[in-house]
Design a protein around this ligand. Sequence first.
Ligand code: CP3
Length: 365
Amino acid sequence: MNLKHLSKEAEMTGQQVPYLLRAARGEALDRPPVWMMRQAGRYMKAYRDLRDRYPSFRERSEIPDVAIEISLQPWKAFQPDGVILFSDIVTPLPGMGVEMDIAEGKGPIIDSPIRTQAQVDQLRPLEPEESLPFIKQILTALRQEVGNQSTVLGFVGAPWTLAAYMVEGKGSKTYSVIKNMAFSDPTILHQLLGKLADSIATYIRYQIDCGAQVVQMFDSWAGQLSPQDYDTFALPYQQQVFKQVKATHPDTPLILLVSGSAGVLERMGKSGADIVSVDWSVDMADARARLGKDVKVQGNIDPGVLFGSKAFIRDRILDTIRKAGNRGHILNLGHGILPLTPEENAAFFFETAKQVDKLLATSTY
Ligand code: CP3
């Protein structure tokens, strides 16, 4: 679908094109769109109440009605410009033949980590229609619910980050098992990364076909690689995913996030993503200068700022927006909102961001 046509049609019928899509197209805006990573989650009482009724993460994310309700909790509370599907990056793994669970406070657990050639050979290419029918139901419902008031985001994990979970069997501080594979005999790992890239591209296309208007790829653990190893184990596979998706869905904006990305920011710009999600280890003005004018940016407020005073939160929003400029910027935190964040500060963040045109009226934006 061509966004320009969509916009013309929408303008002709008097409908509004949502802010996030306009920013992704590089339009000059009176304020940036705003959403938060992990905006549905433990800091919200409504989420904690529902979690008591559905204690397993897989139930919460795979029973369509529950996942829809959770995805819409922040939409109902704060009207963000982006509504992200409630799911997890490891959700597609069972469809490739890798059983997993998500443990409270720990994250993904894989009982039989993938470490041998035979295990890599046994992986199945993802067939999302078969293994992820609930994703279609969730995304369809979200699009219906938000209409053109907001933008529905899908997301996936990137090959390196999913491989890290598959090989380590769980989150890690040192990544020593996957680095042992990478730095001694990387043949098996490259095969795994290649297979993951193909299945992730298939999954992104499926999410777009089901209604996702923007898709974010999380390469959370690629910041654990030195830049030269990022060039070998992360970047080529990010490129493989984005190239495959762009071949069939050229008009859907794609975002890339890496945690702790200061050392690899320029490399992220070469991934084929339209938008680079920047974390707070980089000043937004520096990020703009380093990425150049063709790459759009998302971010980059420290999630810890939401533990600060209202005046501090407001000043950081204004500072970030001034540094990012009025084109091609999506206001967000540099990483997910933290579990103990006061809900009223999250509300203040959204309210302030949405009134920023008035707050900036006296200064140059
Ligand atoms: O942004 C959103 O609102 C969408 C929801 C979302 C979740 N996970 C829900 C979730 C997204 C985008 C993710 C992505 C994800 N999952 C990443 C990439 C983002 C990042 O953090 O860098 C990673 C690395 C994972 C793996 C994972 N899943 C971890 C590390 C954890 C946290 C463990 C914990 O309890 O602290 C999870 C579980 C998880 N996924 C939670 C949420 C809201 C927390 C558990 C819960 O609230 O019930």
